[in-house]
Design a protein around this ligand. Structure first.
Ligand code: SF4
Length: 123
């Protein structure tokens, strides 16, 4: 497995193609190509919630490592973001190389940008 310093940072992934795909296409591509679907230990993608800063860092590293070679990492991250953008859905587990709190932050930024864009249009 690649050293952590060589792995891409999932939050820097280019999601421009994935965001243009329908939910059905995202789901289909992940079902066909997702690395974890045939993993012998699928529970690895659902570590215990970390209880310390150190454990959070370890969780993030694990997320990056588990998904590093997946050919549909961008599609997976986009799909998880869409599913978790629904109110009252609590993100859990590793998707698209990210921890749940990372996806919460990305969705928070998306909502802020959408709100700012709507304000500009109505001004
Ligand atoms: S990016 Fe990670 S969680 Fe998503 S399909 Fe690939 S291996 Fe599975």
């Amino acid at each position: 497995m690649a050293s952590i310093s060589q792995l891409p940072t999932p939050v820097d992934l280019d999601l421009s193609v994935a965001t243009s795909l329908s939910n059905a296409t995202l789901r289909q591509r992940i079902a066909e190509y997702g690395d974890c679907l045939e993993a012998p230990e699928p529970d690895e993608w659902f570590p215990n919630e970390p209880t310390s800063e150190e454990a959070r860092t370890a969780y993030e590293q694990t997320a990056r490592e588990l998904c590093a070679d997946c050919p549909v990492i961008a599609e997976c991250l986009e799909r998880a973001l869409r599913l978790e953008a629904v109110p009252y859905v609590v993100p859990h587990g590793i998707f698209g190389g990210t921890a749940p709190w990372t996806r919460r932050a990305i969705n928070r930024n998306r909502r802020r940008r959408a709100y700012a864009g709507a304000m500009e249009v109505s001004a």
